[in-house]
Design a protein around this ligand. Structure first.
Ligand SMILES: [Zn+2]
Length: 120
């Protein structure tokens, strides 16, 4: 192995160790937080997910701490989870209620129609 190749290999190891250290220092959100964040994104995001918010571009665990859009929805998910705990209700029940209210509001504002929550 020549010197240049040895340097490239050592640099690669440094990069891998740095990434591992960064993940240990700042671990990604829990699976529960990511699941709620994904559902909130599915409901609330009005952008093109490919060009607008780039939701699907970065999906490695470490990306949850780097990606601005994912961080935005992680913050919302953490708020919802915290609220469910304070209220003593199931997270999924609170999430479902939020989504139903949001969709009813969206229908009223953007479609000028009468909300019909039962048909959401
Ligand atoms: Zn999106």
């Amino acid at each position: 192995m020549d010197t240049e190749e040895e340097i490239r290999n050592l640099q690669k190891q440094i990069n891998e160790l740095t990434a591992r250290r960064d993940l240990l220092k700042n671990p990604p959100p829990s699976v529960e937080v990511c699941t709620v964040a994904e559902e909130l994104h599915r409901t609330l995001c009005r952008k093109n997910h490919t060009d607008g918010c780039s939701w699907f571009d970065r999906n490695k665990p470490e990306d949850w701490n780097r990606d601005y859009t994912k961080q935005e929805y992680v913050a919302k998910a953490e708020e919802l989870l915290s609220s469910a705990e304070v209220m003593g209700v199931y997270t999924q029940d609170l999430l479902n209620a939020f989504i139903r209210i949001y969709k009813a509001q969206h229908k009223l504002v953007y479609q000028g129609g009468k909300s019909n929550v039962t048909n959401l």
